[in-house]
Design a protein around this ligand. Structure first.
Ligand code: GTP
Ligand code: MG
Length: 273
């Protein structure tokens, strides 16, 4: 007997999403996408001119996802071309090269450029961000370690993956997690699920650990002026100790940061009358 019932009644509607790649020139954005979509690696650097566009279909649980990928050029020269493409993105791949500190430090400015271009649309809670610490195959030239990268990412509620477009390490896992989180977000009415953004430590703690790691001397580490008094040093120390004490702070790197602060205080107090 024939029925008029729709044949694919149980299938959820397919989703169409837009993702973009951001990060300094030459960090490996295009190679990461090529490794995933074409399963190959190109060692020669071919700078993206403005934007590259591609489409791929993926299956997440029982849903087909059509992903529109806008691969941005990282060179400042292409700003005028890129700025058109930020709007309406559901996912962002933020890429840096673990061998180039300036590419890691630049992540903040990439977020800044994105917010500025999205204007009133700038609701970052409706976007899934994945940070790719790329080129991990080049172990000898690595200068940004996992703890530092993870801290930056997770304190903002972003995912963190170590990747190599050259060897393929981390690439499939990263994209699977990316597309699955975007699907979760769409099914959650366009909001990133809360569990993803709650990491057990605050942005203040993460930013302080980062500042301590990058400080140039003990004064700088405690956040006091050179020549500060004993009282000023002790006050600054107490504030940092409360914020970073390993019993209270679970952020990656908090234990090392706490030890560094204790040592900085000890060495400063030795020389203050
Ligand atoms: P723009 O398009 O200019 O913004 O650069 P991009 O970020 O797209 O960089 P691209 O993917 O073109 O890669 C830059 C260079 O880094 C190329 O020579 C790649 O072969 C190399 N590269 C990319 N990923 C990796 C990696 O994981 N490991 C190594 N060893 N080299 C990589
Ligand atoms: Mg490129």
């Amino acid at each position: 007997m024939e029925t008029n019932a729709p044949k694919r009644r149980d299938n959820k509607k397919s989703l169409r999403v837009k993702v973009i790649s951001l990060g300094n020139a030459e960090v490996g954005k295009s190679c990461i996408i090529k490794r995933y979509c074409e399963k190959r690696f190109v060692p020669k650097y071919l700078a993206t001119i403005g934007i590259d566009y591609g489409v791929t279909k993926v299956q997440v649980r029982d849903r087909e996802i059509k992903v529109n990928i806008f691969d941005m050029a990282g060179h400042p020269f292409f700003y005028e071309v890129r700025n058109e493409f930020y709007k309406d993105s559901q996912g962002v791949l933020l890429v840096y090269d673990v061998g180039l500190r300036e590419s890691f430090d630049a992540l903040d400015s990439w977020l800044g450029e994105m917010k500025q271009e999205m204007g009133s649309q700038a609701n970052m809670d409706s976007i899934v961000f994945i940070v790719c610490a790329n080129k991990v195959d080049l172990t000898k030239r690595r200068v940004v370690d996992e703890g530092e990268g993870r801290l930056w990412a997770e304190s903002r509620g972003f995912h963190y993956f170590e990747t190599s477009a050259q060897s393929g390490e981390g690439i499939n896992e990263m994209f699977q997690s990316f597309f699955s989180s975007i699907t979760d977000m769409c099914e959650n009415g366009g909001k990133r699920p809360v569990s993803e953004v709650s990491v057990g430590f605050t942005k203040e703690q993460a930013d302080t650990i980062r500042r301590i790691r990058n400080s140039k001397d003990s004064w700088d580490m405690l956040g006091v002026k050179p020549g500060a008094t004993r009282e000023e040093v002790n006050k600054a120390y107490r504030k940092l100790a409360v914020l970073l004490h390993p019993d209270k702070c679970v952020a990656p790197g908090s234990e090392d940061a706490f030890k560094a602060v204790v040592n900085a205080r000890t060495s400063l107090l030795k020389n203050i009358k």
